[in-house]
Design a protein around this ligand. Sequence first.
Ligand SMILES: Nc1ncnc2c1ncn2[C@@H]1O[C@H](COP(=O)(O)OP(=O)(O)O)[C@@H](O)[C@H]1O
Ligand SMILES: Nc1ccn([C@H]2C[C@H](O)[C@@H](COP(=O)(O)OP(=O)(O)O)O2)c(=O)n1
Length: 245
Amino acid sequence: MESTRGEVATVNARGHGGGIVIAIDGPSGSGKSSTAKGVARARELRYLDTGAMYRAMTWWMLHHQVDVNDAAAVAEAASRPVITLGTDPDAPTVQVDGVDAAQAIRTQEVTTNVSAVSAVPAVRELLVTRQRQIIDEARDEAAGIVVEGRDITTVVAPDAPVKIFLTASAEMRAQRRSREVRSSDVAATQADLARRDQLDSSRAASPLTQTADATELDTTGLSLDEVIALVVKLADEAGARTPAL
Ligand SMILES: Nc1ncnc2c1ncn2[C@@H]1O[C@H](COP(=O)(O)OP(=O)(O)O)[C@@H](O)[C@H]1O
Ligand SMILES: Nc1ccn([C@H]2C[C@H](O)[C@@H](COP(=O)(O)OP(=O)(O)O)O2)c(=O)n1
């Protein structure tokens, strides 16, 4: 497989060189995780699911009986969990305090509470710092990284050469998510997505926002392969624009 390493060598503000950063934001079910993994595989890049980090933090809070609706209690406890993510797109891993939490962070209880925890500024500061470390490591050690979440294009990596905002109609996002979790109640899934979108877009700290310099990709009528191909094309074009050092 062709690698983009070298074609897109730049040095970022923190002095790290090497690979490309592809930043992807968007609401739930727009296709961020599947697209990011597909692009990372296609160009031998690392993959970072930042939502998994907010989910891991939420799981730890619930597991340790921290009241997730008490922002001060969440802020005080936020530095205690050790959250570790593996960035291989074929086998992304999530560990909390050394224990595999990949399944535990996907429960409905975590999904219901993750927006409250991720609205706490102290949580975001800690996780954004860690995300930037992971990005810098990938830029040094690999051809780069595809990072997906809600504030990647705006806060975590605003200087990324490729910035994408994925969207899809609310109905399509609910259908996809229902299929994924094998639920026949598409209306309930759509209501849950709407609730989370509203919380994630209206919070004071780094809300989900679409900026003018991110390319909007509406995936409603597109297959996953088509979306991946479009993002790979944008990445290759960004590589061609950036001279190798
Ligand atoms: N363009 C697409 N066409 C059809 N299904 C898709 C597409 N993009 C994503 N999916 C499916 O929709 C579901 C949700 O996608 P996911 O990547 O988890 O979204 P997000 O990370 O934005 O929440 C997954 O089951 C995925 O396979
Ligand atoms: N960069 C990010 C990523 C996720 N979050 C929050 C907001 C989301 O509701 C939760 C969970 O994110 P995740 O990407 O796992 O959500 P879905 O896959 O869409 O269900 O985390 C965030 O605040 N900032």
